[in-house]
Design a protein around this ligand. Structure first.
Ligand SMILES: Nc1ncnc2c1ncn2[C@@H]1O[C@H](COP(=O)(O)OP(=O)(O)OP(=O)(O)O)[C@@H](O)[C@H]1O
Ligand SMILES: [Zn+2]
Length: 501
């Protein structure tokens, strides 16, 4: 195992060694649920999905936790604007988040803690920071005292003295009770105008709500304990959010919060971060009105995850062309499979893959998840499959060439299918789709057991059996799929559709 990843904390690529061999504990900062997700959010969660899938491919069991920030000023303002409650707003956008991410074939997290669900843990953590002298309470508010934590600034590389000099003489009018300009809120007392928008929580400092940073410290501790392997988020979270998380958690436990800190680059529009506040965003839903989900995934994977990407027409066109190539190769693979009768019941058997392609793919991904280089391996395989299927249909091909073509292409096809899945390039099974449409969405996993491609191959075998009037074989395949949770529907015009049971 030679996976190396860039650690924002140490500012270099390091060999990945988890705390517990074979197991990865990963926490990713989730969205503040006050609106629909935009393409910047999509990038962040697509990147961490790629990292997670690759770690799994490398044999790790990954425990992945991602929060929802459901207490926040932005949610509060939205609730006030629409005369509803923070809960109503956050529930609506949590549901929308799940819908959007499912369409992008992002694996669901093992847990999605919410700030409102960890209030006792948050309060206990704040109390412990006060008890140990890292925090102070003033009139119902509690602040973290940054100058009490000697390594404050270690993640972002900022020196407290310099930050202090930059802020000197400035009085924070919004928070005049702070002792130091960089101190940050752990607990905020409820304001009269907020009454009704949320039900303030009781605490030893009075009724109120937690600050943003403390929730992640509390959630990591609750989900994993003191230390985790990977903590991930967008670049803008390095400071202050992750710096403050470190200050809180490490002061409270005297243990390192995370061994590796990973940060994704932005989706930019004309050089500026796509964001709600700049009003330069496109939502995932709007994008998916015009393009298939995998175009968005390829738009993200075609750049290294740490680099900024500009959302331009050229970049989207390039992603569209890339998806067309991969899609054509899936169709070619299906045709080859059907013609040569390749086995489809052990597609994950690594002994049958193209070793050279796998080595090149892994070398790229082991180098800090270099997905653009890894994708190049997939495009080479795709081109071979497309060419191979053209050769197959050539009328002058000899029997010997057919056999050679089949032997050469089968490992490439298996490798292609496997590596597409490692990069999440498929859609999860949705309600129902046509048999011949499968190539467009393969090879997403269905109920973690049978891939779209295997279903397509079995449907084709069944179709062939029906043409031979081999009803017993046709029924056997139907029953086999049913046992795997897949129902088949034969339409009047001779098509077979399938859906999950
Ligand atoms: N334009 C972007 N490009 C890449 N990642 C982004 C972008 N915008 C947000 N993210 C990441 O998405 C995750 C969730 O973001 P969060 O809900 O905090 O939104 P945000 O950064 O406040 O954006 P907005 O103000 O537009 O809602 C964070 O890890 C954040 O860094
Ligand atoms: Zn966080």
């Amino acid at each position: 195992m030679t996976l190396r990843l860039y650690n924002t904390l140490t500012r270099c690529k390091e060999l990945f060694e988890p705390l517990e061999p074979g197991q990865v504990q990963m926490y990713c900062c989730g969205v503040t649920v006050y609106d629909y997700c935009h393409l910047g959010h999509a990038r962040s969660y697509l990147v961490w999905d790629m990292v997670r899938r690759y770690l799994q491919w490398r044999g790790y069991r990954v425990h992945y936790v991602q929060n929802f920030t459901d207490i926040d000023d932005k949610i509060l303002r939205r609730a006030q604007a629409e005369s509803s409650s923070m809960q109503t707003v956050s529930e609506r956008y949590i549901a929308a988040y799940h819908e959007d991410m499912a369409r992008l074939n992002i694996l669901p997290a093992d847990a999605y803690p919410q700030a409102t669900g960890v209030m006792p843990e948050i309060i206990a953590l704040i109390q412990s920071l006060i008890d140990q002298g890292y925090a102070y309470a003033v009139d119902g508010d509690v602040y973290y005292a940054v100058d009490r934590f000697p390594s404050y600034g270690k993640l972002s590389g900022r020196q407290l003295e310099q930050m202090e000099a930059g802020a000197s003489g400035r009085v924070d009018e919004a928070e005049p009770k702070k002792r130091h300009p960089l101190d940050f809120a752990l607990w905020k007392t409820a304001k009269p105008e907020e009454i009704g928008v949320y039900e303030p929580w009781d605490s030893p400092w009075g009724k109120g709500r937690p600050g943003w940073h403390i929730e992640c410290s509390a959630m990591v501790q609750q989900a994993f304990g003191n230390s985790i392997d990977i903590h991930a988020g967008g670049m803008d979270l390095v400071f202050p959010h992750h710096e403050n998380e470190i200050a809180q958690s490490e002061a409270a436990t005297q243990k390192h919060l995370a061994r590796y800190w990973l940060h994704n680059g932005f989706v930019n529009i004309q050089g500026e971060k796509m964001s709600k506040s700049l009003n330069n965003f496109k939502t995932i839903r709007d994008f998916l009105q015009d393009y298939p989900p995998m175009v968005l995934r390829l738009f993200v994977l075609q750049a290294h995850y740490r680099k900024p990407i500009d959302l331009t027409t050229e970049a989207i066109t390039s992603a569209q062309n890339s998806w067309k190539t991969l899609d054509d190769a899936l169709v070619a693979g299906l045709q080859l499979n059907q013609s040569y009768g390749w086995k489809t019941d052990d597609l994950d058997n690594r002994a049958l893959l193209d070793t050279q392609a796998i080595e090149r793919f892994e070398a790229a991904m082991d180098d800090n998840f270099n997905s653009p280089i890894a994708l190049a391996v997939l495009f080479e395989l795709a081109k071979e499959l497309i060419l191979g299927s053209n050769i197959m249909v050539h009328e002058h091909i000899t029997d010997e060439s057919r056999v050679l073509n089949s032997q050469r292409l089968e490992p490439k096809w298996r490798t292609f299918i496997n590596l597409l899945q490692v990069l999440g390039l498929g859609t999860p099974s949705t309600a129902s789709r046509k048999n011949e449409d499968l190539s467009a969405d393969s090879p997403g996993l269905v109920k973690d057991r049978i891939s779209d491609l295997e279903i397509a191959a079995l449907c084709q075998q069944r179709q062939a059996a029906r043409q031979r009037k081999n009803w017993a074989e046709s029924d056997r395949i139907r029953d086999h799929l049913k046992a795997q949770g897949i129902a088949l529907i034969d339409t009047k015009d001779g098509e077979t559709r399938w859906h999950c049971l």
